[in-house]
Design a binder for this molecule. Structure first.
Ligand code: G6P
Length: 612
């Protein structure tokens, strides 16, 4: 969702900000803009569409600004157009703002301002905020930073903002509540961004702004205060992210790169945590909570999107191995349902970005009701990672493609590690099973690499389904969430309507859809539901449906029955999702490419949904 990049220092601000906005394109957006302080004049340039279009507008201008703010907007209030794009001027046009989030009480503030004679050009809550700040500044005859503080005390909602001020050319003011904001600290220069990706080529030293904090850079110095005007220490962290991790590295799309990175990302996730020699799992982040977790009455996973599907796999893992009752909740439903939290409950958030607004709010609610809260996040230092009592990072590396792939397999890997470690601590699996599961986990990266060698075959299959308008994905047991994930991947990037179901549910509805035009993808590996899934395949074939099946290596029986079979190596049943999901990611990818879709930035979607 919206992306923020701002700069104050000695470099040319415009090219630096444009490059930064391009780094944030993956978050999803529909317009882009920049405000520059050039020869003490504050100018705004903004445009609906891609950052490249904004860059085009700037091409012929002679710009020498050393201070500027830039933004990619994902529309919430007001349609995507040039006027609603950020930055927005204050009434006097001496201040400009960029904003990520939603000001919930903007309508009431706007009415007060209208009564005072203010007019508004855009339909945004953001324009209301900057005009409100300027009104306070005028009324109180105070500094801009004090006006920002006073205004934010009146604001309800979520925000990350950066404000530029014509009267203070070497100053930027930023604040956050609920939306991420990172400050990069260089030599006499400062960078502000929604995440670290636009910053890392200049500096690795960063400060993550906390909720209710205002950061002011002035005369080359950074000062942080909270909304009560108390000074706060700037806690400087060093980030480890390398530039090549956020570049395509020769692949046509980030998504393809990330699919192919999975042998490595799963291995990275396991590294240092697992040892088959000593038959041991070590999860440093939660080691102090493991005993309590093994005694948990209930685990509730809260998540959205693909992370929710990982949670469903987690449910099978924890129930089967650790015999703990698990519920998997959409974070957006959990937070508004007055959930029952009892002593001994663990609420575990699963989130790639660690910034999803609903997941964060669900966790805050669970914490306020006394649950122990844990996090499974990919982005180090993210809001969820910092809110939780403890957690396990997935270490998948930056995921840039909007459709999640390697983050999913890393989440499932962490869930497997946690479930096995908990089961061992609880005694629900014996030493032999513990060792066997560890050996099985260690073999997963090679098995994923083996599946990836079939990419060309999967591409050939996808050619025959490029023009399908519907798809059904079916699986059972621990492969049911994989069916959901396969359907989600396809609809996200190809815009083909796709449904995922537990295979046995087919008879209760979806079977009515099956005819010779309906492709049905079965996950039909050799596991405890194998025979039942074979019957379901026959039911589809009897109705002339076209079947693509993901099968265990060497399974000739299903191969003889279906139109196309994609083989995956044998694995422990509980770990199969780490393998069966791979062909489905590739199938979606190739179909979307053949349909000419923007695979990495599908329409209307955002990588990190920071508004509810
Ligand atoms: C968005 C993304 C999905 C992601 C979901 C949850 O919808 O497009 O790919 O699964 O948010 O995001 P999170 O960062 O919390 O895992």
């Amino acid at each position: 969702m919206c992306g923020i990049v701002a700069y104050v220092g000695h470099r040319e601000a415009a090219p630096l900000i444009i490059k930064g906005l391009k780094r944030l394109e993956y978050r999803g957006y529909d317009s882009a803009g920049i405000a520059l302080l050039d020869e003490n004049q504050l100018n705004i340039y903004k445009k609906k569409g891609k950052v490249a279009e904004l860059e085009n507008i700037l091409k012929d201008k002679k710009l020498h600004a050393k201070t500027g703010i830039g933004h990619t907007r994902w529309a919430t209030h007001g349609e995507p157009n040039d006027v609603n794009a950020h930055p927005h001027y204050s009434h006097s046009e001496t201040l400009a703002i960029i904003h990520n989030g939603i000001i919930e009480n903007y309508a009431a503030i706007k009415q007060v301002l209208i009564n005072k004679g203010y007019t508004f050009e855009s339909a945004t809550d953001t324009e209301v905020l900057i005009k409100f700040i300027e009104d306070i500044k005028k009324h109180n005859a105070c500094s801009t930073e004090e006006a920002v503080r006073l205004a934010l005390n009146e604001v309800v909602g979520a925000y990350a903002i950066v404000i530029i001020d014509e009267e203070n050319p070497d100053q930027l003011i930023a604040a956050r509540k609920g939306s991420p904001l990172v400050i990069g600290i260089g030599e006499n220069e400062y960078f502000f961004a929604s995440d670290a990706t636009p910053i890392i080529e200049y500096t690795k030293e960063v400060v993550y702004l906390d909720d209710f904090e205002i950061a002011v850079v002035k005369n080359g110095k950074l000062n942080i205060r909270n909304l009560q005007n108390q000074e706060k220490d700037a806690f400087i962290e060093t980030i480890e992210l390398e530039l090549e991790a956020i570049e395509k590295g020769g692949y046509e799309h980030f998504m393809l790169k990330e699919i192919f990175e999975q042998p490595r990302s799963i291995a990275d996730c396991l590294r240092g945590r697992i040892s088959s020699e000593n038959a041991h799992i070590q999860l440093g982040g939660i080691s102090n909570h493991l005993e309590k977790l093994s005694k948990a009455k209930r685990i509730v996973f809260v998540a959205c999107g693909t992370s929710w599907h990982a949670g469903l796999v987690g449910e099978y893992l924890f129930e089967e191995l650790a015999r703990i009752n698990v519920e998997v909740e959409y974070a957006s439903e959990f937070r508004y349902r007055n959930p029952i939290i009892k002593e001994g409950d663990f609420v575990i958030a699963i989130s790639q970005s660690g910034e999803t607004a609903d997941t964060l709010a669900a966790l805050e609610l669970a914490k306020s009701r006394g649950a122990t809260i844990l996090g499974i996040c990919n982005v180090v230092g993210s809001s969820i990672a910092r809110l939780t009592d403890a957690g396990v990072y997935t270490h998948a590396g930056p995921e840039i493609g909007v459709a999640s792939t390697k983050a999913f397999t890393a989440q499932v890997t962490v869930l497997a590690l946690m479930a096995i470690a908990t089961a061992h601590s609880k005694g629900t699996i014996n030493e032999d099973e513990y060792r066997r599961l560890i050996i099985e986990l260690e073999s997963i990266p090679d098995k994923v690499a083996d599946i990836l060698t079939q990419a060309e075959e999967i591409k050939d299959i996808s050619k025959l389904f490029t023009f399908a308008s519907n798809f059904i994905f079916l699986g059972r047991g621990v492969n049911f969430p994989v069916a959901l994930e396969g359907a989600l991947k396809l609809k996200e990037i190809s815009y083909i309507h796709a449904e995922g179901y537990p295979a046995a549910e087919m008879k209760h509805g979806p079977i009515a859809l099956i005819d010779e035009d309906m492709p049905v993808v079965f996950i039909a590996t050799k596991d405890s539901s194998y025979e039942k899934v074979v019957s379901n395949i026959q039911e589809v074939k009897a109705r002339k449906g076209r079947v693509i099946a993901v099968v265990s290596k060497g399974d000739k029986d299903i191969k003889g029955m279906v139109d196309f079979a994609i083989e995956v190596p044998m694995a422990h049943e509980m770990l199969q999702p780490l393998l069966t999901v791979i062909p489905l990611q590739l199938l979606s990818y190739y179909i979307a490419v053949l349909r000419g879709r923007n695979v990495d930035q599908p329409r209307n979607l955002a990588k990190s949904v920071t508004v509810e």
